[in-house]
Design a protein around this ligand. Sequence first.
Ligand code: OAD
Length: 229
Amino acid sequence: MRVLVLTGAGISAESGLPTFRGEDGLWEGHRVESVATPEAFASDPKLVYKFYNMRRLALKDVRPNAAHRALYKLEQALGEDFLLVTQNVDNLHDRCGHRRIRHMHGRLDEARNEAGDVIPWSRDLGPKDRCPTTGSRLRPNIVWFGEVPFHLDGVADFLQRCTVFCAIGTSGLVYPAANFAQVAWQQRTHTVEINLERTGGTFADTRRGRATKLVPQWVAELIERARWE
Ligand code: OAD
């Protein structure tokens, strides 16, 4: 069994972090999509820094929940036959101990200089901050709308070889991640979705409800099945 799990904002919702498209998805009257762009950063960098500073600060008040912890158990059980691909920029998966994780949309706890070098960053970031090695300006290490997500080649390779694909807490509206379920379905990989609500995707096994309840159940089933393979 080789398992690829794709997570979105819904898995962190019960830890207290807002989703993007839920009722709490607006930020000070701005749609997230209008702040998370290179154009917004060019025209109003202070606003964009502030947006990510608030999100980075919020990480201090939240903890991984039962769904995050269950996925770490799955990684421990499957080792190299597991890959966690997240669209989330929070660090709740990482704080469980994952090694086999790819942050497609970057991370709040990192900054990037103009050459593309990434450095860990845990405090507020602003226009005056400079890279300690090159002296260049820093931006949040976040993939904005219109930019190419990270790790696409490695993820596509694992996606091709996986036997189980599971999408958890993602609306499936942002490409290319939105396409993964379709690719998996077309190549006859077993597809599972765990989400509070109906989404537009097609899955062989659809489970509706809270991630903290359903993910631990699904992981327990999978680990049991893996023992007999
Ligand atoms: P969305 O806000 O679009 O979707 C969150 C999904 O989680 C919805 O389908 C909800 O029904 C579901 N959900 C909410 N609470 C849940 C819970 N407790 N248990 C299970 N499901 C729950 O977030 P994403 O799909 O992650 O990109 O959004 C994808 C990307 O769009 C983000 O990474 C971000 C955003 O713009 C960038 O910033 C580049």
